[in-house]
Design a binder for this molecule. Structure first.
Ligand SMILES: NC(=O)c1ccc[n+]([C@@H]2O[C@H](COP(=O)([O-])OP(=O)(O)OC[C@H]3O[C@@H](n4cnc5c(N)ncnc54)[C@H](O)[C@@H]3O)[C@@H](O)[C@H]2O)c1
Ligand SMILES: O=C(O)C(=O)C[C@]1(C(=O)O)C=C[C@@H](O)C=C1
Length: 366
């Protein structure tokens, strides 16, 4: 009998998971649903799902796998709704949320239903939202955290890895507490810092109009993630509340230590602060291993004249480098524009950068 997967929430992550399931298991029938009708329609027209179910109950009916891919607070509510619905005996219910403790605890509502809950979190993504940004290879080589709770037997761990094999991610198992602590440090807290930096610039803008014009490479790099979905990040912070507040304390101590170094004009200490950070950062796993994002964008400064886009795409095309997306970002003082090119792999991006440099185009990874 044909297997069925149900994906609830057809955004960046739900869409990418659906594509990965289809790639590895072409015979599987995928039903999906989203509260945003436009996303559901787009998911069908992009062949991300086979069927748009009008509601949750229809989507999950007879499903062997249910993937909850909504913002984390919504996922908890959906679990409660699922508890009141007919689910296929033996089905696996999983989620993709960025926090795990409250979701895994809430999943206990499914006990007694003869289904298995295994929390999940693919550790890759982007600041983009929506199914149009979904990619079959979004999670390639990234870590995919699985958090079994009492409802997930080890036999089902093997089964869920098989379902998600098409992600080409590397599966690891963690407890939910450990997951939330680690992702708090390397993912959630950095989002607070990025957004706070943006607020700092905005606060200065009225008196210092130049500030936004000068905000270039470094500011752009460190604040990219501030463009992510506010709904998603509000939920994440609230659900990882205790960890966030502990990290905030650590951060304040670190800031005050730097303040003291500055007050004392302590050149050696300041040097050590940067030196230690550099050598640790330089030793972190390469992009492909998932600690750092798997989105292969390249930003190219282009003069504002007709034909420049076809020149850039021509250079890449002639050397066999394919791009999967192109966007014009902004015009700088009417003389320069920025093209955002998205590549399928890091190798393509590097090769593209080299080719463009040969033709005197300046490009950078943003
Ligand atoms: N964006 C990332 O980088 C990333 C990476 C890993 C995990 N996650 C997690 O994945 C989940 C989804 O994030 P995303 O980036 O795909 O967001 P997204 O905004 O692209 O997609 C979420 C979708 O869920 C839909 N939705 C909301 N409430 C719903 C409901 N009640 N029923 C059905 N659909 C509903 C929204 O309309 C939206 O289309 C979040 O829990 C997030 O924490 C995100
Ligand atoms: O690359 C980005 O834009 C991301 O923010 C991806 C990122 C992360 O912080 O690394 C964001 C949230 C997820 O839960 C997992 C991955």
């Amino acid at each position: 009998m044909q297997k069925k997967a149900a994906v609830i929430g057809l955004g960046l992550i739900g869409g990418s998971i659906a594509l990965a399931i289809k790639q590895e298991h072409p015979g599987v029938y995928i039903a999906g649903t989203d509260v945003d009708e436009a996303q559901t329609k787009l998911a069908v027209s992009l062949n991300v799902i086979d069927e748009a179910a009008p509601e949750l109950e229809k989507a999950v009916k007879d499903a062997d796998l249910v993937v909850l891919a909504t913002p984390v607070a919504t996922t908890e509510k959906l679990l409660v709704q699922l508890a009141g619905m007919a689910l296929k005996p033996g089905a696996i219910v999983t989620d993709v949320g960025s926090t795990k403790t409250s979701i895994c605890e809430q999943a206990d509502v499914l006990s007694g239903k003869n289904v298995h809950f295994i929390g999940g979190h693919p550790m890759a993504g982007s600041h983009k939202s929506g199914v149009h940004a979904a990619r079959v290879r979004l999670f390639e080589n990234a870590y995919y955290v699985l958090v079994p709770n009492g409802l997930g037997s080890s036999e089902k761990i093997g089964e869920i890895k098989d379902w998600l094999q098409g992600t080409q991610a590397k599966f690891i198992e963690l407890s939910y507490e450990q997951h939330d602590l680690l992702t708090g440090v390397i993912s959630h807290f950095p989002h607070i810092v990025a957004s706070a930096l943006v607020h700092q610039v905005k606060g200065m803008e009225d008196e210092q109009a130049w500030v936004t014009k000068l905000a270039a490479g470094g500011f752009r790099d460190i604040t990219r993630i501030a463009s992510a979905s506010p709904e998603m990040w509000t939920d994440i912070l609230l659900k990882n509340n205790d960890v966030m507040r502990q990290l905030m304390e650590d951060w304040k101590q670190q800031m005050s230590a730097i303040e003291q170094m500055l007050a004392a004009g302590d050149k050696e200490q300041i040097y050590q602060f940067f030196e230690h950070a550099k050598s640790y950062r330089d030793g972190l796993p390469a992009k492909k291993q998932g600690a750092i994002p798997s989105i292969y964008d390249l930003f190219v400064d282009v003069p504002d004249h007709p034909g420049v886009i076809s020149d850039v795409t021509g250079i890449l095309g002639r050397t066999g480098i394919s791009i999967i997306n192109i966007r014009i970002l902004e015009t700088r003082e009417d003389i320069m524009g920025v093209l955002q090119l998205t590549f399928r792999t890091e190798e393509d991006r590097r090769a593209g950068m080299q080719q463009l440099e040969k033709h005197d185009y300046e490009s950078y990874i943003g």
